[in-house]
Design a protein around this ligand. Sequence first.
Ligand code: PEP
Ligand code: MG
Length: 756
Amino acid sequence: MTVTWLNAAHAGDVDTVGGKAASLGELSSHGLPIPHGFCVTAASYRQFITASGIAPELFEAVNIDTEDSRALAEAEQLARELILEAEWPDGMRESILSAFDSLEGDPVVAVRSSATAEDLPDASFAGQQDTFLNVSREELLDRIKKCWASLFTQRAIYYRDEQGFDHERVDIAVVVQRMVDADKSGVMFTSHPSTGVPELTVEAAWGLGEAVVSGTVSPDHYTYDRQAGTVETVTVSTKNKMYVQDTDTGQTLERAVPEEKRDERVLSDEELHALSELGDLVEDHYDKPQDVEWAIHDGDIYLLQSRPITTIDEDHAGGDAQMDEAADGSLVDGLGASPGSATGLVRIVGTLDQLDKVNEGDIVVTEMTTPDMVPAMKRAGGLVTDEGGMTSHAAIISRELGVPAVTGCDDATTVLTDDQRVTIDGDRGVVRDGTAGATSEKTTATETEQASTPTRGGVKPMTATEIKVNVSIPEAAERAAATGADGVGLLRMEHMVLSTGATPEHYVAQHGEDAFVNSLSDAMRTVADEFYPRPVRIRTLDAPTDEFRQLDGGESEPVEHNPMLGYRGIRRSLDEPATFKLQLEAFQSLYEMGYDNLEILFPLINDAEDVYRAKSLLEAVGIDPNKRPWGVVIETPASALESEAICGAGVDFVSFGTNDLTQYTLAVDRNNSNVAARYDELHPSVLQLLTDTIETCQSYGVATSICGQAAARPQMIQELVDAGITSMSVNVDAVHDAQQKAKRVEQQLILDSVRE
Ligand code: PEP
Ligand code: MG
């Protein structure tokens, strides 16, 4: 059977419909209100991989050493390609579409993975498989395949291997459910997730649930005593943003919350009571505390998901600890997100490269965790975060790993300092001075003798997407490095030339080739030093002819009718290889000095031909393109459309130059005020070129980045982080905001998948 209606599925059907659908089916068949929908069964996935003949190759592809990250990346890639490109078996598409057509109207749906091993009590597989919201009929089949493919992400392959699940025995079903156009929504724990006390904890915000799960608003927080039937605490937050569904397209839009509703309480006592009744039913039914996602539309409550809270520590269940019971004398306090206590040395972790300083038993203190931090979280004795509630990545993973955690402390990264000895209490949500009598078997940290260089204050949000900085002049490097950016995404060489006061040809004629190379390498070295070992990406010359005209020798620059379309970038460098080679020699001289953090970027290429020619000049100056990272700016529509061939030419990365890509795509001169209003970096055509290129590059394992001004725009960050861009590079003053925005988008992606 290709599809099963959710109200016909039961808890015992995990093998056929996966954990999520079984849980939803169970709720629905017991009269609990879930949005209408169906499930594409696990058997359909099996039939798909078997009938299409890809199964043997698929399992062979993931039979790898999961500690080998390259093999892991290749396995994901191959598995994904196999699934996305395989043909549908006879009749399967028709069955799925006919089930969709029997939903009323032409709805938009949520398409969620429901893996057969996913929600098992001891392995929450948090965030492992994909979910797609607002999916239309046209997109449905593709999204189902993508859910199947998400069974083979690197993280999922690694996780299964670690947890001892056989890849061949894990199946995946897919839930297809009407989206609820929620007026208000949120999450609730039917009992306290650390202690098991029968107290309902509810977080709620206006609009769709994304606002709560992504952390873009601080939701209202309520507690409700289920035994007494009384509202215990009500904390109303200011809610500036909300997500709503566009009634025409079904897409999710971010909106400002109307002034009068910002500080208004989201849930009435009656609604809390109604939620509690549903929570009672769900918990009674499963005989286990549940983590429930809910939404309210037109006064009707819907349960979007329920799964067991897997991590209540038996020793604490029924205890009397309350999460707002901070003890006197605490250094910081927050939510008791993962039970237990631990004493150890604080390690403030602001950037991924600081993860190495976390030793066995240390207390990791960070703004918010990401999946990249999991290995360090495993080593840690405890975790403290500034942000995140009970359902944040930090809380969920800590509980699963059995690491005590206090989350949502607001100011832990500024109040606590590296090397400070603290005791954290993951039950009460308190961090105390660690010399004040901690008792815990989890206390494994020993004071290390090594002198470390603590990073105090200014801790940046941890993002999986690297946030880099654009540097124009070497003098700005120190300030740029202090932002905590993950490297330099763009250092323009023409600024170094401008500071010599002469065109390259004139300078060489006056001072000789070596002096020119040295002037470049000195400037490059200042930045490379400041950021070492963080990467510094330097672009070879890309000055339109009019920009060098005021320099000594500028009178010899060609006079062009339209310099933006003229003699600049790689086209000039390839025509004038003598000057180009001097630029490349500056790189080579620094490589020879040990500056292995330099990356070479070629501007304004159009196609693979340009790339091959530039690459051969790299070789001509002794730079091995297989050893040194190099790439190109994608800033003409031609280069975006030719990205497959460009990837095939061996680039390590591409960087989107949206300043130019916008002007060339829209035929809008970026310097012409008459058409300035038409200069739209977020134009759908530009976004399409970007996201298509990212997809192509991903299939070639080529890293993607953006270095145009638009990288700082929140919507661009949203689009590109969603699309899976590797890094973004912004101006110094935008680094902080870009980090915050990228972090939110990532959290949303993580939490979306955690919740499904
Ligand atoms: C771009 O085109 O986006 C870019 C970064 O290069 P420039 O602004 O120097 O043309
Ligand atoms: Mg450009």
